[in-house]
Design a protein around this ligand. Sequence first.
Ligand code: HEC
Ligand code: HEC
Length: 206
Amino acid sequence: MNRHIAAIIGATLVWGVSATQAAESPDELNKAAAKVAVELCSACHGPGGNSISPTFPKLGGQQKLYLAGQIRAFKAKNRSDPEAHDYMWGMAATVDDSLVDGLASYYASQPPAPGKAGDPKLIAQGEKLFEKGDSTRKIAACAGCHGVNAEGQTIFPRLAGQHVAYVIRQLQVIQKELRKSPIMHGIITELTPDDMKAVAEYLQSK
Ligand code: HEC
Ligand code: HEC
């Protein structure tokens, strides 16, 4: 091999190695993830995850572990309700595994959207169900897992400030087991459309 070419190959290898190392440092991965969030995800989820249309869930201030788990579930095609299939399977497939945690951190660190005022009667009805559940219908208190302020923790999603229509849609697909969620299935079997509307109004108001 000509010495000149060997030197170029050598330099390329060194550059290649350092580029890989740089891309793997947590800082670089977080930067790359934030770029994907701003350039791709925000088209639907809005800037900082503060979406306008209720088709797209708000992601700002969502729990990091929950977010990472959902992105991986879309990648693995395990979250398979119709909207997950139509919108998120393709999106998640374009995201490299190494960026999942960075995307989750990015949205977890964005300020959550403030609550919106709604119908006081529905909100009071939803608040009661959220805080106390209904033992006669085997509905556990939502607050037990989602937190007294619906702020969520670890794998339990934040629900405060979420769009009414998105919350209702998730309760419906989880109840029908189109979206598999073994922890939630037993709890919401008896939830009626009225309960769903009330609890969703309460959550959006938080
Ligand atoms: C074309 C629109 C669109 C784009 C772009 C998009 N999403 Fe989504 N995303 C959706 C929809 C719709 C849902 C709700 C799916 C459902 O109802 O199951 C969703 C749901 C999610 C959820 C679940 C939230 C929750 O509360 O459970 C996460 C996390 C998520 N998207 C992350 C991302 C990330 C990260 C990107 C960028 C790589 C992205 N999305 C890009 C449409 C989009
Ligand atoms: C025993 C714990 C537990 C209780 C009690 C509980 N949940 Fe959940 N909930 C979860 C978990 C875990 C998930 C995430 C499921 C997954 O990973 O797909 C979830 C998901 C949800 C989602 C989907 C959120 C999103 O962003 O897509 C909604 C809405 C929800 N719960 C509402 C409720 C309501 C309303 C109640 C009370 C009637 C309730 N939950 C009670 C554990 C619980």
